[in-house]
Write a protein that binds this ligand. Structure first.
Ligand code: SF4
Length: 76
């Protein structure tokens, strides 16, 4: 379980979640419940908010479990 990394993309931004780092603070699903909802699977719905809203929320994750990459970064 330790090294699992999950990725969820809306085509523009990719949300990266590392469950081993998550401290279950609840900040993500209190802040943006339309994207982060641990009661459903998959628990991250990247189409639930705008890319900017997702990035702002990911930056608030206190543990580093959430990070993101912009998909345009990988285009040459
Ligand atoms: S904000 Fe980060 S540490 Fe808190 S529940 Fe969400 S992913 Fe886990």
């Amino acid at each position: 379980m330790r090294d699992i990394t999950k990725k969820y993309t809306n085509g523009e931004v990719t949300i990266i979640w590392q469950p081993a780092k998550c401290i279950h603070s609840g900040i993500c699903f209190k802040g943006l419940p339309q994207v982060f909802n641990p009661k459903i699977k998959p628990w991250i719905a990247p189409l639930g908010a705008t890319t900017q809203e997702i990035i702002a929320q990911v930056k608030n994750c206190p543990s580093g479990a959430l990070s993101y990459t912009l998909n345009s970064d990988t285009k040459s």
